[in-house]
Design a protein around this ligand. Sequence first.
Ligand code: OVV
Length: 407
Amino acid sequence: MNTSGSPSSKGDPAAVPHLDVDPFSMAFFTDPYPTHEVLREAGPVVHLDKWNVYGVARYAEVHAVLNDPVTFCSSRGVGLSDFKKEEPWRPPSLILEADPPAHTRTRAALSRVLSPTAMKQVRDRFAAAAEAKVTELLDKRSFDAIADIAEAYPLSIFPDALALKPEGREHLLPYASLVFNAFGPPNHLRQEAIERSAPHQAYIAEQCRRENLAPGGFGACIHAEVDEGRITAAEAPLLVRSLLSAGLDTTVNGIGAAIYCLARFPEQWKLLRDDPTLARNAFEEAVRFESPVQTFFRTTTRDVELGGARIGEGEKVLMFLAAANRDPRRWDNPDSYDIHRRTSGHVGFGSGIHMCVGQLVARLEGEAMLAALARRVAAIEIAGEPKRRFNNTLRGLDSLPVTITPA
Ligand code: OVV
């Protein structure tokens, strides 16, 4: 029984520690891990005074927020900006920035387009392109693993899988970079990206139209959902926009993470070489270990108690997916890259109703590239200083010079 006179049967809400860390600063991006630990150890819920938001960095609370989409909504934006208070920089995504019931229908449409059946149609092409890429790189021996694999491989298959026109594809990565920077606070990264966004936005809007998407691709499949009466003709272009926003830079950084891991941890590379069927789990573990998508926000729809802390209505909550993916409360040896690890439950693809709708495409790309490397490359050596790429949401490298040895 609650004899203390406190408002909750669990007792007084705990005081929320106020921290002055900026998780969108260059210093944080350069080495986020010590600060992730500070955030986790400070308490289950923290307040980040710099941006006036709550934060969760432990696995339990990140998972809880992801799995209560009624209390922690997405329709007010999954970046810092609250769409109830500020005009969004672009029309909101019909899937990412939507709540049930609106989300349910758009999610179902994209799930069908990116289903296991759809993966069967592209699997052989993805595998052949990975083989061709490895053949080309074995010829070069020394190259940049970011430009020449992490970017070049997805660019060689994903725009074709959507069946985009060949012209203008150079806008795809700058547009994605803009989208992920725009989830952040109004710092230099976000403001500069938005200032330069007009040509990229114009290109994307044009490619989303039905007449610019060739038959058989994911793009045309989204528009075909209109004919089945499952989405409207006005919704289809915006759902194509979601694939163009989230489908390329994420896998670039996922594949980049996997190669960076395998180059840094040669004993894990040897395990993969000895059994290339581990490729899919080696990729999944890289998504846990590096968490290419580092953070997303939610907005509270009511006063709520989380981890013993009270949060009011209309507050932004920043979920540190990357910190949850290395929370020692959840993971053994969280800071080890272990391709034999049971990775299920990691939140690198999110969790719950918004969990990555493109995860099968991402895994197919990652598996195909790592399997091709494992079968034909004996060693991957880092041959120069890796350079970091700075983005408000995405973690990855700008450059990773490597030398490979043929098997
Ligand atoms: C998961 C994600 C990231 C960025 C954009 C979108 C989705 C979208 O739906 O536009």
